[in-house]
Design a protein around this ligand. Structure first.
Ligand SMILES: [Zn+2]
Length: 121
């Protein structure tokens, strides 16, 4: 399916580009990806102690930064989570849930793509 010039195709192409960059970074930085998922799992499923918050938020944002700009991990979330930028304990858990949801959508795209490439063979 070729892209035409309509806004919908333009946005789809943008998302594909964004996801492709993210996928490449997961491959290159797989241990970092695992660290991010481990922190998100913890924050999303267990209560976060106020004393742990700062270190966790700093650590998570450092990992997000390592995944790089232009990825589902970095854009928006880095600055919103990093306590030296806009990070705030009140929104930490909510942001982690949003980020996890975004990564799940991205992983769904990766799975669909793999299936499509198998069919294409
Ligand atoms: Zn179109």
């Amino acid at each position: 399916m070729d892209d035409c010039n309509c806004l919908n195709c333009h946005l789809q192409a943008k998302w594909r580009e964004y996801y492709e960059v993210s996928e490449a970074m997961v491959r290159v930085n797989f241990p970092v990806y695992k660290e991010i998922m481990a922190i998100l799992q913890k924050v999303c499923t267990e209560p976060v102690d106020i004393d742990q918050y700062w270190d966790m938020a700093v650590r998570l944002s450092e990992f997000l930064e390592q995944m790089g700009q232009g990825t589902v991990f970095y854009n928006y979330f880095f600055e919103q989570i990093n306590p030296y930028h806009y990070g705030n304990v009140r929104y930490f858990r909510h942001l982690c849930l949003d980020l996890r949801e975004q990564i799940q959508a991205f992983n769904q795209w990766r799975k669909t793509r793999r299936r499509l490439s198998v069919v294409a063979l």
